[in-house]
Design a protein around this ligand. Structure first.
Ligand code: PMP
Length: 425
């Protein structure tokens, strides 16, 4: 592994929150895609919140799986199948340790966070919810944590209630307290907002929800790459995230759940891998996690996911968090000189995301101008249309910072925004 921490020998300062920095240039060398030019300019990739780039270690692990021991998992008696199964299950162990799950059986591989939430809604929701039951979600949820609950509204007649946020993008916790009643069966909340960067007080939310008798599902998509996660300390009932946001491949993610809750849930899909005995009269099912993993899983992707977790662990979440906090502070400070720019989302605690609008310039114009300078940002509603409505905007431009970004890149970004201001001012 070529990740090199420079903390012990090069005590470089990188922003107010960091103690010692890791060697970002060494990290960048692990990401082959970053060396290219776009429109003749060095690529500045500020879109990791949508999907992060993959280090060579992940690509190599996946190549090795395909070249050396690829086979279907679990059912094979032959050597390749056993090796593939060992690597696949080792990846599950890595995921479990990454979030401090009590057991890897509680980590179900899914296609991603979206599927994980849909599993909870369609399996747990359809079994345990009745007409008039309430689900509480926040005003800053991604569509993945809104639409599955709409299905239950249509199918069962549940009520969806929304925890409001203030103008800074902080959750209104007093409103949360009053919305939480004995009718609330589940609170679904994002750990970190993909569109604002708000870090939500999930431990507090979980404690209060449990006192009211409700379960809590935490959408950890944006937290998993940036912050240490301990599902036991949080006491989360469900925790979901996707591999592709933590520098792993697409097509795989996790649904963590408490064991007794998962064991009470019926399978959401039927097929191979998830059964115990099948006759034409009926089927019995395997225990967790396999009960929720019908069909051939994303084998090589799981192995890549495990390699991505190894990569993050080798650097250390505390170094990543410090590096990104430094970049965010630096960027927020730098854009404050651009008078036509307004940051959307100024929460007390924020992570790695800078969402903004500019007078006159539509976010799509901003995105296009930045792209001509090699800078990749996301523009649009960020799969959070209700949140955009809350801020009276149709879209924002969003820069999101990852492990490989540098202050030089932030400088290029700010210079490009100055250009936008000149063009539209
Ligand atoms: N929740 C949040 C907060 C996200 O940022 C995303 C991805 N943008 C999702 C859910 C959905 O993740 P995926 O598309 O990987 O299923």
């Amino acid at each position: 592994m070529s990740v090199v921490l420079s903390a012990h020998d090069t005590p470089a300062q990188s922003g107010s929150n960091s103690i010692l920095a890791f060697d970002v240039e060494a990290v960048r060398r692990d990401f082959p895609i970053l060396t290219q030019q776009i429109h003749g300019k060095p690529l500045v990739y500020l879109d990791s919140a949508a999907s992060a780039q993959k280090p060579r270690q992940v690509l190599d692990a996946m190549n090795e799986a395909h070249e050396c021991y690829y086979s279907n998992v679990h059912r094979g008696i032959h050597s390749l199948s056993q090796t593939a199964t060992d690597h696949f299950e080792a990846a599950r162990e890595k995921v479990a340790r990454f979030i401090n799950a009590p057991s890897s059986d509680q980590c179900i591989f899914t296609r991603g966070a979206t599927e994980s939430i849909n599993v909870v809604a369609s399996s747990w929701g359809r079994k345990f919810l009745r007409e008039g039951d309430e689900i509480l979600i926040s005003a800053m949820e991604h569509h993945a944590n809104i639409v599955p609950w709409h299905f239950l509204k249509e199918q069962i007649g549940i009520t969806l209630k929304i925890i409001p946020i203030d103008d800074n993008g902080d959750l209104d916790m007093e409103a949360f307290d009053s919305l939480l009643t004995e009718r609330t069966k589940l609170v679904g909340v994002t750990h970190i907002s993909n569109a604002l960067g708000t870090i939500n007080p999930v431990r507090d939310i979980i404690r209060k929800a449990h006192d009211a008798g409700a379960l809590v599902l935490v959408d950890g998509c944006q937290a998993a790459p940036h912050a240490p996660i301990d599902v036991q300390e949080l006491d989360a009932d469900f925790y979901v995230f996707s591999s592709h946001k933590v520098y792993g491949p697409t097509g795989i993610g996790v649904l963590y759940g408490k064991a007794d809750i998962l064991r009470d849930m019926p399978p959401h899909q039927g097929g191979g891998e998830m059964i115990d005995i099948v006759t034409f009269e009926g089927s019995t099912y395997k225990d967790i996690p396999h009960r929720f993993e019908a069909g051939t899983p994303a084998i090589v992707e799981a192995i890549g996911f495990g390699a991505a977790i190894d990569y993050i662990n080798a650097i250390g979440k505390e170094h990543i968090a410090a590096h990104e906090a430094g970049l965010l502070a630096y960027a927020q400070d730098a854009v404050s000189s651009i008078k036509s720019l307004r940051i959307i989302g100024q929460a007390r605690e924020k992570a790695s995301i800078l969402s903004f609008v500019m007078d006159e310039a539509h976010p799509h114009d901003i995105g296009t101008i930045l792209d001509r300078r090699g800078i990749a940002v996301r523009v649009g509603h960020h799969c959070a249309q209700p949140l955009m409505q809350r801020f009276n905007v149709s879209a924002t431009a969003r820069a999101s910072f990852g492990i490989y970004n540098t202050r030089t890149e932030v400088d290029a970004f700010v210079e490009a925004l100055e250009k936008v201001q000149d063009l539209f001012g």
